[in-house]
Design a protein around this ligand. Structure first.
Ligand SMILES: CC(C)(COP(=O)(O)OP(=O)(O)OC[C@H]1O[C@@H](n2cnc3c(N)ncnc32)[C@H](O)[C@@H]1OP(=O)(O)O)[C@@H](O)C(=O)NCCC(=O)NCCS
Length: 179
């Protein structure tokens, strides 16, 4: 895998994916704080300051760099934030990159996550030279699993996770560059 020194943006038919900036924090915080969204993700903080700090922490990391996530804000091409997606190389597994995604509930079920994640998968293979793109979700998270299936990912495993006393079942899906 290689790092992208020259990232500007990714455009699709309806969307623009650009690096998240601190000014996005208020909007991102609003939909991340929605209980239905928060329940599906592992964020510690969803308040504007917490989201802003997370974006600032990623600022110097290039897409494909190891050590954490790079987040992209998903905008409609005619304006307005719809959600965010991210990429993070897997620790200790050369060639494997994880993808994450969230769409504001008011814009869900219009195919935006599928369109954004499909573009990100393509970017990971063609620009970052990744071998495998991987996604995780809770086993009950049907919309997320549908997105994985629609972008061509295959079911790899079901596993048990735990957060303190709470246990949950997760799934791992992957697509390879030769698929
Ligand atoms: C997962 C998520 C990003 C999907 O965003 P989206 O823009 O609505 O996704 P799309 O419109 O591209 O596709 C959603 C698919 O799920 C389906 N879906 C939505 N709600 C559903 C439900 N309750 N039960 C079954 N399927 C459902 C849609 O019908 C669609 O599938 P289809 O095209 O076969 O009809 C969004 O639901 C979200 O942000 N959830 C909270 C955060 C999250 O779970 N992120 C992923 C963590 S791994």
């Amino acid at each position: 895998m290689r790092a992208d020194d020259d990232f500007r943006s990714i455009t699709t038919e309806r969307l623009l994916l650009r690096r998240s900036v601190a000014a996005d924090a208020e909007t991102i915080s609003e939909y991340r704080s929605d209980p239905a969204v928060h329940a599906m993700q592992g964020w510690d903080r969803t308040d504007p300051d917490g989201v802003r700090a997370e974006i600032e922490e990623m600022e110097d990391r290039k897409p494909g760099d190891p050590g954490g996530w790079v987040q992209f804000t998903v905008e409609a091409r005619d304006g307005g934030i719809l959600g965010d997606v991210g990429l993070s190389p897997a620790d200790g597994e050369a060639g494997v990159i994880k993808v994450g995604y969230t769409i504001d509930p008011q814009f869900q079920s219009r195919g935006y996550a599928t369109e954004a994640v499909r573009a990100l998968v393509d970017y990971a293979f063609t620009t970052l030279d990744a071998d495998i793109v991987r996604a995780y979700a809770g086993a009950e998270n049907t919309p997320s699993i549908r997105v994985m299936e629609k972008v061509g990912m295959r079911f790899m495993e079901r596993f048990q996770g735990s957060d303190g006393e709470e246990t949950w079942t997760g799934v791992r899906y992957e697509v390879t560059s030769s698929d």
